[in-house]
Design a protein around this ligand. Structure first.
Ligand SMILES: Cc1cc2nc3c(=O)[nH]c(=O)nc-3n(C[C@H](O)[C@H](O)[C@H](O)COP(=O)(O)O)c2cc1C
Length: 230
């Protein structure tokens, strides 16, 4: 009898741990687009649309010896160091045959991980709007703007807010894509929808930073599933 109780308690603990972990991992899923919402959003893009791929990325150069693989925040391919989001953006731009625009802040962020975390936390807490180096030329020429970013503090980097607030996205299609350490899009899709009620916000591909070697396959699948790409 005593054994049975111990086994029962043990099983209940294991079950609670498994369910708890699953719920914790998927706690932001409800902020992503449903299959139907995504389908409607994608169908609104016309075949002759002009695409732009804009991204922000801050590669940590802490793992320079890795090759064709990924560190926490970079990809080294053919001897070249890319930020994770930069790597994704390059693939997307190539597959969509779209120009690439790098969103850069006037002031650099720290490269040392602890200092980067501290500086970005301060920025996030104060909802800062860092000044950007350049603006997209002829923004009005583009119909679909793919906007890529790493998740920072469960949010978009403040530089992305600076970028988004610099243009009129009414009537545009915005494809969001992310790299992340587990939180995918967090609440960023509803945040952008709220900022631009007159825009069509689409959920693009998202890659976990530990799985950057799968980025190309994930992007290709996303393009195929959404009937995009040349
Ligand atoms: C300052 C900072 C904050 C981060 N916050 C989160 C987060 O809240 N959730 C998450 O899933 N990943 C988080 N990450 C992980 C990054 O999103 C991830 O490593 C990303 O791929 C980095 O992309 P990049 O190389 O293009 O800058 C954070 C990373 C940094 C440096």
């Amino acid at each position: 009898m005593k054994k049975k109780i111990i086994w029962g308690v043990l099983l209940a603990v294991i079950l609670a741990a498994v369910v708890g972990t699953y719920m914790y991992r998927h706690r932001f899923d409800k902020y992503e687009l449903s299959r139907e919402e995504q389908s409607v959003a994608i169908q609104a893009i016309s075949k002759d649309s002009r695409f732009l791929v804009a991204y922000f990325s801050w590669p940590s150069p802490d793992y320079p010896d890795l090759d064709a693989t990924s560190g926490a925040s970079n990809v080294v391919k053919d001897g070249q160091l890319y930020g994770n989001t930069e790597y994704m953006a390059r693939i997307l731009s190539q597959k969509l045959q779209a120009p690439l625009f790098r969103i850069e802040t006037k002031d650099d962020y720290p490269t040392e991980p602890r200092a980067l975390l501290d500086a970005t936390k301060v920025e996030n807490n104060s909802q800062a709007r860092p000044e950007l180096k350049e603006k997209v030329e002829n923004f009005s020429d583009y119909d679909v703007i793919c906007v890529g970013y790493p998740l920072w503090w469960y949010d978009m980097p403040m530089a992305i807010y600076s970028f988004l607030e610099s243009y009129d996205f009414s009537g545009k299609h915005i494809v969001l894509f992310t790299t992340h350490g587990g939180n995918r899009f967090c609440r960023t899709i509803p945040a952008v929808r709220k900022m631009f009620p007159q825009a069509n916000v689409i959920q693009g591909p998202s890659v976990f930073d530990r799985e950057m070697e799968n980025a190309e396959a994930i992007i290709e699948k996303w393009l195929k599933d959404n009937n995009l790409g040349k």
